[in-house]
Design a protein around this ligand. Structure first.
Ligand code: SAM
Length: 286
């Protein structure tokens, strides 16, 4: 497999299960067996996965803090003929997991190296598919900040996002995060809680945010495990008498001008009554 001197190797991005080993793909197993070495976020965790499938291969630690330093080193190895697999602790590498730097550097400076992604599970996509919320357009936010002020700022920026929103959250911050979402998005926004996907205690439940918080607090087990939140996008039709285009113009102007001026200009552009914009402003505390 190590094609020293002659050919350049490939860089494989190998997705792995998010909890249920039965979800491993045949291609992942074949690739784990054929590469010369595997870059793993946590060699112990990937070691257990490989052991389960009787795969023996060399594992090298590759995580966020040594990514920058090691990316070039491993890409040079691929240039020399090595085939390298990149894997994270679970799911699709790079999705809130290490790997971005090596793939970015590879595309920018080693364009002769082929990047081959091996598909598999991704908690965000799995939760979205089961959420019952719009799937034609969605946005992935990953983890919100651990800092309350930054989290609130980001949620305010996302308040009028009309695509379905996917958020990863740790069990330790779940309730704090839900209270912040409730405060900013309003009590009635529909949200789906997807916990322990593909595992024994898988639980997927959707309700208005206030009800969801009550439901979680009824059973402390609901605060355990890995969690994805899928949030319904802002619905302009239900919430307002005005179109999303008008609201977007108003929101942009409001960032630069006083509320009064933003309302005046928006009402002139779209020939819309000022009190409708004022009502929108008050209702949404934007
Ligand atoms: N790369 C992974 C993927 O493809 O989904 C995500 C890794 S990220 C470090 C870990 C977060 O993903 C968890 O905190 C949780 O929000 C979500 N997650 C991972 N596995 C999950 C599962 N089985 N059920 C629900 N959420 C999961």
């Amino acid at each position: 497999m190590n094609n020293n001197n002659s050919k350049i190797g490939n860089l494989y991005i190998i997705s792995t299960p998010i909890g249920n080993y039965n979800d491993i793909s045949n291609r992942a197993i074949i690739t784990f067996n054929k590469v010369d070495l595997i870059l793993a976020e946590d060699t112990r965790k990937t070691g257990l996965l490989l052991k389960n499938f009787n795969i023996k291969n060399k594992l090298y630690s590759y995580y966020e803090y040594n990514e920058k330093k090691n990316a070039k080193f491993f890409l040079e190895k691929i240039q020399k003929g090595y085939n390298i697999g990149l894997v994270s602790d679970s799911g699709t590498p790079l999705i809130s997991d290490p790997g971005y730097r090596i793939i970015q550097l590879c595309r920018q400076q080693y364009s002769n190296i082929k990047i081959i992604p091996i598909p598999g599970a991704c908690a965000a996509i799995l939760a979205l598919s089961a959420s019952g919320l719009a799937t034609n357009r969605f946005c992935y936010e990953g983890f919100l900040s651990k800092k309350k002020s930054k989290r609130i700022k980001r949620l305010n920026e996302l308040k009028f996002e009309n695509r379905t929103l996917i958020i990863y959250e740790s069990k330790h911050r779940l309730l704090k995060c839900l209270y912040d979402i409730e405060k900013i998005f309003g009590k009635n926004r529909y949200i789906v809680f997807a916990k322990e996907l593909t595992k024994k205690w898988e639980n997927i439940y959707g309700d208005k945010i206030t009800n969801l918080i009550k439901w979680i607090k009824l059973d402390s087990n609901r605060l355990k495990g890995e969690i994805v939140l899928v949030i319904d996008g802002y619905n302009y039709k239900i919430n307002n008498k005005i179109s999303s285009k008008i609201i977007q113009t108003f929101l942009i102007l409001k960032q630069e001008l006083s509320i009064k001026k933003a309302i005046n200009i928006t009402s002139k552009i779209y020939s819309i009554k000022k009190n409708i914009l004022y009502e929108f402003h008050i209702k949404n505390k934007c």
